[in-house]
Design a protein around this ligand. Structure first.
Ligand code: MLT
Length: 265
């Protein structure tokens, strides 16, 4: 596993492929890690360099040392671009990865040549969601990461996928259990206190692809449609058979949509 130290701490990352286009950097959701991008790494590394960091406390990255904010994770991404000598990248994020992508847009917009926002939302948490995150953090701290699948897994998939695609559900369960309690609690705090990114949308001036899942109850197609409408010139695609983890639930449609987008940027 490749590791590097940044101003934000120590992070691990995966790297595969090469090609003429800007490298594709994919930011994972919560409480997952870079392995969630397996179908995209497989598909896109044939023609392009694909880089997938693990946030501190997830996957192979050591845990963070204090309560981070979203900027902390973006600093980690910036440190990785510097370490690899990458001037410009196509940046993609799913869910929490989208929240980190917004922080990256604030921190280093000049290094982002195109953007993918999947199953994410620009607005901050309301008080109910903040309270749910507090409770979840408490349970993880007291009982360990073993409680995560029970608390989270049903919310992440379209009902049909949950029922009929045990392979992908078990894959995600395994990824969740690779999280550290400190990493999960830290990410919950950072998501709970994340800033409103709605004001950022109108300032995005790079080609942007927005992908949602029709059955996503966390970042609903309505919220994402409004987000896309506020990003100048963005392309919006809804995957009808997917919930919150659209890249894993419908990898072929996700990859086709992303490929068509990348061919144009
Ligand atoms: C994620 O998939 O990253 C999380 O579900 C995002 C969230 O809880 O807001």
């Amino acid at each position: 596993m490749t590791e590097y130290r940044t101003s934000g701490g120590l992070m691990s990352y995966g790297e595969r492929g090469e090609g003429p286009g800007d490298p594709l950097v994919l930011l994972h959701g919560f409480p997952l890690n870079r392995k969630m991008w397996a179908p995209q790494v497989e598909a896109f590394s044939a023609t392009r360099r694909v880089i997938t960091p693990d946030y501190p406390g997830f996957g192979a990255s050591p845990r963070p040392c204090a309560q981070p904010d979203m900027r902390y994770y973006a600093e980690g991404v910036l440190g990785l671009l510097d370490k690899l000598g990458l001037d410009r990248v196509v940046l993609g994020g799913l869910s929490m990865g989208g929240y980190v992508a917004f922080a990256c847009l604030r921190l280093f917009p000049e290094r982002i040549s195109a953007l993918l926002l999947a199953n994410t939302r620009p607005d901050p948490d309301d008080e109910d969601v903040r309270e749910t995150r507090r409770k979840m953090a408490r349970r993880i701290a007291e009982e360990g990461v073993e409680v995560i699948p029970e608390l989270q897994i049903d919310r992440l998939f379209a009902p049909e996928v949950l029922k009929n695609n045990k392979k992908v559900v078990e894959f995600v369960r395994g990824i969740m259990l690779d999280s550290s309690p400190d990493g999960a609690v830290a990410a919950l705090g950072a998501m709970r206190d994340r800033p409103d990114s709605t004001d950022l949308l109108g300032k995005i001036n790079v080609p942007t692809l927005v992908i949602s899942g029709e059955k996503d109850t966390i970042a609903t197609p309505e919220v994402m449609g409004e987000m896309a409408a506020n990003i100048p010139g963005s392309h919006y695609h809804i995957i009808s058979e997917a919930g919150h983890l659209s890249n894993l639930e419908a990898p072929e449609e996700f990859n086709t949509t992303l490929r068509e987008f990348l061919e144009k940027v």
